[in-house]
Write a protein that binds this ligand. Structure first.
Ligand SMILES: [Zn+2]
Length: 294
């Protein structure tokens, strides 16, 4: 089995990106794994601090490891949006493959200082763990927002990205390039799309020379995602689209069988609904044809 760093390198050479999907229950893991296996592409599952608290940090690590080993399949685990070193150490000890160490809400000097410390501390526990740092403002909350926050002042620059990477020695950088966490209601309805600053991505890639992650990918224009990957994005995060599909699938499953109480007879509707979204996004990130209605 190749490690995550090798797979990212391979994806970069092939001009494709690895899909990262947030999960907060085993139904979501099942859907993500099934979609990735069907397409034979590597995949990352991620859990924020809140998601880890619900599922269990060591428990999800054991579960994902068992899938990887039993099926000899490249499914990897990321500790998404981790705001303290203590939570990072917990994930490193549990065997997570990568971590998003997110102090982007702090002033940049403090973000640099603490991220550098975290890189050293986490690599001391697991030298092969990849550490991602965050700069700029892309908002918070992978949920449905009623109004759009003004993120224009928090966009990342190539100079800032280069300095941050050189000072902290992170393996992966998450810049603010027009992306945003969560979706507006109009995006859920498909009336509007997020647009990305492709030139900014290319400039940051050239200056920072590390793997780049695009957070808040839900609701982004397909063509912009393709161009962003061509410009240097290596990992794309999707969360809100899955949460919307999860809820729709559950409502559908319950409505279809109003008297059913057996979870494994109701929940396949959720798996199907989420799997469809994951499959469609994975096809796009991996340069496969995306069919209609996907
Ligand atoms: Zn994120």
């Amino acid at each position: 089995m190749r490690c995550l760093r090798d797979l990212l390198q391979k994806a970069q050479q092939s001009g494709v990106a690895i899909g990262h999907f947030n999960i907060s229950d085993l139904v979501l893991v099942k859907a993500v794994f099934a979609a990735a296996r069907e397409l034979s592409v590597p995949v990352l599952v991620g859990l924020s601090e809140g998601e880890r608290e619900f599922v269990g940090t060591r428990q999800i690590a054991a579960f994902v490891r068992s899938l990887r080993e039993e099926f000899d399949f490249p499914i990897f685990l990321n500790a998404d949006h981790t705001h303290s070193l203590a939570k990072g150490i917990e994930a490193a000890k549990a065997g997570f493959d990568s971590i998003v160490f997110d102090l982007s809400a702090l002033p940049i000097e403090e973000n640099v200082r603490q991220t550098k410390q975290a890189v050293e501390a986490l690599k001391a526990i697991n030298p092969s763990m990849l550490v991602e740092g965050e700069i700029g403002d892309i908002g918070t909350g992978s949920e449905i927002h009623e109004s759009s926050p003004d993120l224009s002042k928090g966009l990342s620059t190539p100079e800032e990205a280069k300095q941050f990477v050189e000072s902290t020695r992170v393996d992966i950088l998450a810049p603010a390039v027009g992306n945003m966490h969560g979706m507006l209601r109009s995006m859920v309805q498909g009336e509007t799309k997020k647009r990305l600053d492709i030139e900014r991505i290319a400039g940051i890639k050239q200056a920072a020379r590390v793997f780049l992650t695009l957070h808040g990918g839900s609701g982004t224009d397909d063509e912009d995602l393709r161009k962003a990957i061509a410009a240097g994005i290596n990992i794309v995060h999707i969360n809100t689209e899955l949460r919307v599909a999860w809820r729709h699938g559950l409502e559908h499953g319950l409505a279809k069988q109003p008297d059913e109480v057996v979870p494994y007879k109701i929940l396949p509707s959720v798996v199907d609904s989420v799997k469809q979204v994951v499959g469609s996004r994975l096809k796009l990130f991996n340069g496969r044809h995306v069919g209609h209605g996907a």
